[in-house]
Design a protein. Sequence first.
Length: 414
Amino acid sequence: MMQYVLRDFKKSRLVVAALWFVYAASYFIRTCYAASIASIVSEGTYNKGEIGLIGTAFFICYGVGQLISGLIGDRVNPFAMIVFGSTAGALSCFAMAFADSLISMLVIWAANGFFQSMLWSPILRIFSQTIDKSLQKKSILNISLSLPIGTICAYLVSTVIIKYFKWQYVFVFGGICILIASACVLAVFLYSKKDIVKTIVNEKSSADIKNVPKKNNGFFAMALLSGLFIIMVPSFLHGMMRDGITNWVPTMISETYGVSPSFSVFLTIALPVFNAFGAYAVVPLYKKLKENEMKTSGVVGMIALIPLCAMLFIDKLSVYVVVVLLALTTSIMYALNYLIISLVPVRFSKYSSTSTVSGVLNSAAHIGCVVSSYGFGAVSERFGWKRVIVVWIVSAVLTFAFSFLSNKKWKKFI
């Protein structure tokens, strides 16, 4: 397979900055829809159930696209893939602004989900193979900030635009943002192109470590030996809790405590700020556990039980205490996201499989997101929010169990 190696430190930093910008812009346009839902529903043309289908279609296509993009991402120029996905995403935003029916909105936003899935796997491949090695770990950690910043900016900008204009302009603005980001990635690539060395990796010669299969044994054999199929379980569970808790927190707080809608909106914006610190907070623990991703994930899953078990007393706690507990929980989920989605795939870079593994794990995480979008709401509707909290606790226990179950194979693999 082809690897793209950039030895120049300054140009590597430019690449990192451009990729950070495009990923933040991608989260901006993903959030455009969520921020516009209330305004779309208020027009009375579509009900909440119909509008919910559009968001579900996005996540389904995003999850499936992650798997496909992961497989493709190890075989094509990663910069070209990012530019194509982000540009197509911009066109989807512009098309969304002019969509005049539920079906057209559903198709356009589902397509956007697929286009957005083309970004993370090649970004991680560039971080693990292309940029200067001294920037690798710091870049992977810092890009986690692009998610909350992109999300917060989307809600703030959308609030202003919807107040003075129509919701369609939210998508126009989002499209312009990611189009500019796409142009930046292309410009940086063209500027650095002469210093990027294309190297063909000999697939059979890469298996020089004990217990690691030769590439001609196939990806399946490597996945078995590394415990990747077991790791998919905590990836699914953390994705279900990460997005599920974030998405349902405003409703949960509103129904339990009867707070004002403005307080719920505050939570929607504030939680991503807390989430950003999850990845940074787990670094000392990760280093103490000898940079073993799955052992650290197991310990983090166990730590998550503390705020989750405390929330079982939700009816006896003040709303502010519960908000703090929820913030701690979502921060822990983002720590798991950093370990499983960001760091685990990089371990496969020497076998030119970073993008493939990233696609597999990201796909599992977003299947969890799809399950939580409907599942947590259905459970709360029938049994109440305490039962949902029990589901979160069970998920944390399973995350702990499967992380340690995979650790024996993972320890040998790394």
